[in-house]
Design a protein. Structure first.
Length: 321
């Protein structure tokens, strides 16, 4: 057993020596290759620094010739040109001096006897004027082919049919008429707003001077989070004002709560302009302060286009949404 152990130990020692020698040889070979690579790189860098240009950029020998460096013919032509200019300038100066030395001469033109066909031209002018007046009278006496009054009455009748057929209040998308309103639209009021035609005939209880006879119109309905609690928000247009109602349902810990905020016309227009006409942004600005619903000031204002700043356009946008 001891003999076998000694043989095995000797074999392991010999194998260990072979492994160490192989590792040493590999390390030496790697170092040799690295040194060789560095030497080649140094030689390459030195050759790059010592390389010379194959194109000669030096001045050619022909530039040393005098007739090429100095163009005598061109200088002669320039000198002749300058002499000619000086000669013309002297001639012009002499003429101007002679004119200034001479006294002023006024030529008296013979008086004209005038045109010989003046009476004929006046007669022709009277004839053309008379013909134009006659043509204008004939044009004014001609009856028109189209009846503007019938068109206006037909437009009012069609608009009334459209109002009866619409489920929601009618919103006309046309621009502002330039003349008298043919479709029953009333002119702007003293506050700069356009009165919309009522969807139905005014009742006896409601005066005709009421600015809007339409019912409240819902423009937004959605859920938001206020005070870490879900709320249902609804916005309705009541005339020129905006009514905002927030509702929280009842549960085990809380009771049912409903908060309302009435935004007047001036504030409504300002908020609408700051939010760029988006009621979602108006809802995002809602907050509860002292158990009251309020609108907080915006961090940055987004101006709406000028076309959205009137009541009709605001109503039209809400209808489209």
């Amino acid at each position: 057993m001891k003999e076998e152990q000694r043989v095995r130990a000797a074999a392991e020692e010999a194998e260990r020596k072979l492994i160490v020698e192989a590792a040493a040889r590999a390390t030496e070979e790697t170092e040799r290759r690295m040194r060789e690579e560095e030497r080649r790189q140094e030689i390459h860098d030195r050759k790059l620094k010592e390389v010379k240009c194959t194109v000669d950029f030096s001045e050619p020998r022909s530039m040393n010739y005098e007739h090429l460096r100095l163009n005598l013919k061109r200088e002669q032509m320039l000198e002749e040109r300058y002499e000619e200019i000086d000669r013309h300038n002297r001639i012009l100066l002499q003429k101007m001096a002679g004119i200034m030395r001479k006294p002023a001469q006024v030529e008296e033109r013979p008086k004209s006897r005038g045109t010989l066909n003046k009476p004929l031209r006046i007669k022709e002018l009277h004839r053309i004027t008379k013909e134009n007046q006659g043509m204008l009278e004939r044009i004014q006496r001609v009856a028109p082919t189209y009846n503007r009054v019938e068109w206006e009455e037909d437009a009012r009748r069609q608009e009334k049919f459209l109002q009866h057929a619409c489920e929601f209040p009618l919103v006309l998308r046309g621009g502002t008429p330039r003349g008298p309103s043919p479709r029953g639209r009333t002119p702007r009021s003293s506050e700069g707003q356009r009165k919309r035609p009522p969807a139905k005939e005014a009742s006896p209880e409601q005066p005709e001077s009421a600015p809007f006879a339409e019912e409240p119109q819902s423009v937004y309905k959605g859920g938001i989070v206020l005070l870490d609690q879900p709320w249902l928000v609804e916005m309705r247009k009541e005339g020129l004002q905006l009514l905002i109602a927030a509702y929280r349902s009842a549960d085990e810990d809380r009771d049912e709560v409903t908060l309302e905020l009435l935004v007047d016309e001036k504030e409504y227009r300002r908020v609408f302009r700051e939010c760029g006409g988006a009621y979602e942004q108006i809802a995002a600005r809602l907050e509860i302060r002292d158990n009251q619903l309020a609108l907080r000031a915006p961090a940055t204002s987004v101006s709406a286009p000028a076309a959205l700043l009137n009541y009709e356009s605001m109503t039209q946008r809400a209808t489209d949404e």
